[in-house]
Design a protein around this ligand. Sequence first.
Ligand code: DGJ
Length: 729
Amino acid sequence: MIIHDEQNRLFTLRTRNTVYQMKVDCYKVLLHTYYGSYIESGDLSRLIRCADYSFSPNPNEAGMDRTYSLDVMPQEYSTCGVGDFRLPSIELELPNGSRSADLRYLGYDLQKGKYTLPGLPAFYGTEEEAETLVIHMEDAAAGVAVELYFGVFEELDLITRAVKVVNKGNEPVRLCRCASLCLDFLRCDMDFITFNGHHLMERCLERGPLRSGIQSVGSIRGASSHQHNPFVMLCDRNTDEDTGLCYGAMLLYSGNFEAAVECSQYESSRLVMGIHPSHFCWTLAHGEAFTSPEAALVCSSEGFGQMSRQFHRSIIKHLLREPYAHKRKPVLINNWEATYFDFTTDKLVDIAKEAAKMGMELFVMDDGWFGSRNDDNSGLGDWWVNEEKLPGGLEKLVSRINDAGMVFGIWVEPEMVNENSNLYREHPDWVLRIPGRNPARGRGQLVLDFSRKEIRDYIYGQLQAVFSSVPIAYIKWDMNRSLTDVWSAALPAQRQGEVYHRYVLGVYDLLERIRRDYPQILIEGCCGGGGRFDGGMLYYTPQIWCSDDSDAIDRLRIQYGTSFCYPPCTMGAHVSAVPNEQNGRITPLKTRGIVAMSGAFGYEMDLGKCTEEEKDEIRRQVECYKEHYELICRGDYYRLSNPFGEDLFTAWEHVAEDKREALVSAVAGSRRPASPFVRLRLKGLSPSLEYCINGEEEVYSGSTLMHAGYLLPAIKEDYQSIQLYLKAK
Ligand code: DGJ
């Protein structure tokens, strides 16, 4: 609910469990007065103390009053160059060369339903589900209007934010920074939590106390990156999984970003999140507007678990779109780790036939089917089938796959080109390249300038020919390098600071076109695994390949970190062969199944090499996933232990909304001598319901399972696992 108190000039956003408040002060500065647990609010600006702080300047309108300074006031959208020395949210370069921004309140609009952002991903919501507040600000001297957008999803404790900047003046203005989110706190005693890693080990949780100065994570790689995720948290020092206050902030953006938190002089802190200001500068001619990507906030006073569940519900209900928002996604088999580039039609059909026998439904042909693509040094850009490898083309292959009872999916990497390709030979000027420099290669490939519509159109023309030639149920959209040499031949010198963002808009544009023209196709995002696992991509690709590391034990950590913001149904997860291709580890097939089925489930191995016993196990896994799909993909997710800690088991749980069913999974680490027995305490059950486990007669009350626990078996082999299906009597 959004409440405007005219008299006190207060805006209060109320959700089921939280309150967010802003106040227009006597100088028309928009103060941020509170965000946290639900309270009967009143005017919370009374908690702000004004004092004469040396070296903290006073706005001109304050006259000789030295007790008011922007440098210490908590603000909704921080300015720069006019008295606040902390992290700015916006920076304008005016025609006279000055760099500053000074925003004052003008008015507001309230709307039922959730605002949309043209060309950008955003949470969606009907008039019954969400409300919108737009606060109008202006920098009168610069002739610039700024609109602050707030979306409120009351039931989900979700508050979204975005910013629109409009040049109302006659001269062009340069926007050198435009954050999506600014969040001020009158305290510094918090921890900052970020999700970091590298290719093959993404989104590992790191937690540390705020300290004086600025701490930040971000990406200038052109994609949100394997290294840092555009989701961060702030929390009380003692917050844990189930108790304590925490804030999660997610940016729905797939390009360069920065999430910075500053702990400043008088024990206040500020989180600013948005497009990375490095390499960014957007020219706004008269009347032109710039819209920031969306950011989303959830605050929980019941620990990280509750925050994650609110993000999960929000993403499932208001970010993922059809066709799979409601229907079950097919269980897939992907040929990549089984064959790499070395395959024939017969080989693929053999894999598909085996998979169909085990209940799988979608066959995905990965990299290597097009142009001269026999290794990763050639072919990208030539999106036509390699008939030497696949005689009879896709028609022949797909009809045989369909005959085997499977639908067909295909891999593409539309943003990239190899120099050894017809596309590059014809259009060497289509790649990102700085004049006078030879561009850096990544995986032997260059990057197409997706900021240019004619290049996207050309690629789309090729893809359309493929997608329309045979029935396609799924696309894996890959991206296998970071951006370098970012310069576009289509833009003048003063607009080169726009290329990174225009590139991301170009990616979104092409994805949206595919969604529009092929609405039945499921698109899986991928970036060398999880290098672009973010809320922006999820709007277009409702599942994302979580990591190129498919080892079940490494995946426990990767999927654990990912789950803090993103729901299990979005995490592409496959059972692969052992010894694992990435780290050589041998894990039981059962464990690999349990770990992968806690995501968007599939297999990636040569099923023909499995023993009969293994095939039976796989058949059971596929059945189990289908049977519990709703629970896994729509239920509430509880982390029961931390794979980065000392626990003997890594465990998690999916609980149905009505609490009548739950699926518990627990995976042991390597055997330890004389290890103690583990009584795993479950979560989220109804204390008074009686549950039977795995169909056995004995029943346990929910309260027993949550407080006394369930006795796990002794660990007899490395990486042993157990799955418990609970059903209320
Ligand atoms: C990187 C992806 O993450 C892999 O799954 C696979 O599709 C390869 N690219 C293919 O080149």
